[in-house]
Design a protein. Structure first.
Length: 143
């Protein structure tokens, strides 16, 4: 496996892990059953993408990368603070949309940076980006 493919797959994996961690963290604050259902649906999609990235990395003889400790701590703390102040569906939707935007920008940057990555890894990254865009759209009804 070439280094660009490995790097792109690792970033896909990390991004999906961070999304799943965020969904799990927010789940305790969700009172709207429709919002819970949307988050559960996208949680499953992100887990599937992460499993695909992990499988491709393993097949290529590489290991996954874990989210950075500082990024994870900052994400958890900022989410907790925002939800403790105001834990309604509107606030949760805004946090999810912020996360989607960050994911789209970050992963989109890596797709452009790793132009020579395998078509399979590029396709996975683009699927994740489209899913993030779809999640943002689905969150709009909770604003």
């Amino acid at each position: 496996m070439d280094s660009q493919t490995r790097s792109l797959l690792r970033e896909c994996s990390v991004g999906c892990k961070m999304a799943v961690n965020s969904f799990n963290q927010m789940r305790d604050f969700v009172t709207d059953e429709n919002l819970k259902s949307v988050l559960d649906t996208y949680d499953k999609k992100h887990k599937k993408y992460e499993e695909t990235a992990a499988k491709l990395l393993e097949e290529g003889g590489s290991e996954e990368k874990e989210p950075g400790v500082m990024a994870s701590i900052f994400s958890r703390l900022s989410t907790e603070v925002k939800l403790l102040r105001k834990d309604d569906s509107n606030q949760i939707a805004k946090l999810v949309m912020d996360g989607c935007s960050m994911g789209i920008q970050t992963l989109g940057g890596y797709v452009n940076q790793y132009k020579n990555a395998s078509s399979q890894s590029s396709s996975l990254a683009k699927d994740i980006i489209r899913t993030e865009e779809s999640l943002m759209k689905d969150m709009q009804k909770f604003l």
